[in-house]
Unconditional design. Structure first.
Length: 101
């Protein structure tokens, strides 16, 4: 489960229709995090099914990726490691995930 407060807690999963939801609750549209559109083909930049499935997988992995980055940043800070550029990049991504960037 994601440690970041402010979003729907993970885990997030997606189904064959590319509905992303919390923990596989696909009982109504109100349980969805999002729906990844794949029904319009490749016109005008919309994704075909394979691309949309990859997008849904990336979205569903977001809480886990956030937690991994946060844990990595904490470990680097505690260790006093000299990874200034990497730590800056992680902070930027975490801020973006929180809507601060």
């Amino acid at each position: 489960m994601s440690k970041f407060e402010g979003h729907t807690p993970g885990p997030w999963v997606f189904d064959k229709n590319l509905d992303v939801s919390q923990g596989g609750k696909f009982t109504s549209d109100q349980d969805d995090i999002c729906f990844v559109n794949h029904e319009v083909g490749d016109r005008d930049g919309f994704a075909n099914y394979d691309t949309a499935k990859a997008n849904a997988a990336l979205i569903a992995a977001a809480p886990d990726m956030y937690d991994a980055l946060k844990d990595t940043l904490n470990s680097l800070e505690v260790a006093g490691a000299d990874f200034t550029n990497e730590m800056y990049a992680i902070r930027q991504v975490l801020a973006k995930a929180k809507g601060e960037k």
